[in-house]
Design a protein around this ligand. Structure first.
Ligand SMILES: [Zn+2]
Length: 365
């Protein structure tokens, strides 16, 4: 028998080693498709797309953007499903619950600024162009939680946010539903039309990109909304399970940027937020032009965060930097401080309150 050469001797060992590696890797990937997704680079849009489709003046907007109701009458009807809505894998255990902040590895000074774009069934909200302009001018990253109906009533603005590489978009339900008061079918009727609206706008964006020779840029625009924020911070075990199974990590906040907005000046509000912010914080603000001081708070907040050495990241980036801190039900600042909204906002949270009647007598259907 011919003696084995050095390479031939080592081959069986290499093959065994490879098989072992493949088995380990294969098991890991099969066991957790979210982990596999988590290793892929994150992208939220394309500068070429943003500046190829809109002029600087169109992106900057006008004062009229901040006028509530300027875009017309509310239309709560559902959009027709496109059949091309993405199906998300269930949320892995480590991202379940209502996430308030992230324990960042190594204490890296990162913060996620988040802006809700709330719109109920019987109102039309605005778009605070000053906030978006400030973020764009400073190159600041941010995450927007958009109501599905808001995206439909503000299609140009929604597509601009979708295209901007610095901005991540998540869902804020169709008409601001209080999910704690809803059954499974009602929760789905808040989540699914919102994803459909995103898919419709993404289709329109792709059509425009193609016409401008920018079709390849669409690969950088996420195929779906992949995070959600609970309106009123309200949830239930049923809602959290439904959202986890549908693939939405629930993102709340640990810093309320507009807390006691009516009673305080923006400088005080920004100072209060800066006093409690820490590495891994998620800051709640609004860009729907409903709170009046959001821009003035943001201006001071960004300056203060920069001074303290903080880096701004999107929520998905933040989630990759450490372990989330989650609770079973969201709240504003103190557990239970949002329960009052169950009675204040009728239609299970989807309608404006009737201010002519005391809140305690407003029926919750
Ligand atoms: Zn909201």
């Amino acid at each position: 028998m011919k003696a084995l050469g050095p390479i031939q001797k080592i081959l069986p060992c290499l093959c065994l080693f490879c098989l072992l590696l493949m088995a380990v890797a294969g098991t890991g990937l099969a066991a957790d498709s979210h982990q596999q997704t988590a290793r892929q680079p994150l992208s939220f849009g394309s500068g070429a797309l943003l500046h190829g489709l809109w002029s600087p003046a169109e992106l900057a907007g006008t004062e009229a953007d901040r006028v509530i109701g300027a875009v017309g009458e509310p239309d709560p009807s559902f959009p027709q499903p496109t059949g091309r809505e993405a199906v998300l894998p269930p949320v892995p255990p480590e991202l379940r619950g209502a996430i308030r902040r992230v324990h960042v590895r190594g204490g890296r000074k990162v913060v996620a600024l988040t802006f809700d774009l709330c719109e109920r069934a019987n109102n039309v909200a605005g778009y605070n162009n000053r906030i978006i302009n400030l973020l764009r001018a400073g190159g600041h990253k941010a995450t927007f939680f958009a109501g599905g109906k808001w995206m439909r009533s503000h299609p140009e603005k929604a597509m601009q946010l979708m295209s901007d590489p610095r901005f991540e978009l998540g869902s804020h339900t169709w008409t601001h539903g209080n999910l704690a008061l809803m059954d499974q079918a009602q929760i789905r009727a808040q989540m699914e039309p919102t994803q459909t609206q995103y898919a419709l706008l993404r289709q329109e964006l792709a059509r425009r990109a193609e016409a401008k020779g920018l079709a390849a840029q669409m690969a950088l625009v996420p195929p779906a909304l992949r995070l959600m924020r609970l309106p009123y911070g309200r949830s239930s075990a049923l809602a959290l399970e439904e959202l986890a199974q549908s693939g939405y990590p629930v993102i709340q906040w640990d810093v309320e940027g507009e807390r006691d907005e009516e009673e305080n000046a923006p400088a005080i509000l920004a100072k209060n937020a800066l006093a409690v912010v820490r590495p891994g914080s998620i800051v709640l603000l609004h860009a729907n032009a409903v709170p009046q001081k959001s821009f003035d708070i943001l201006e001071r907040l960004v300056r203060g965060l920069r001074k303290q050495g903080y880096e701004l990241v999107t929520v998905s980036e933040l989630l990759r930097l450490g372990a989330p801190e989650a609770v079973a039900d969201g709240y504003f600042t103190i557990p239970g401080d949002n329960l009052k909204y169950d009675a204040i906002f009728p239609g299970k949270g989807t309608l404006k309150p009737d201010l002519t009647r005391p809140f305690t007598t407003v029926p919750v259907p």
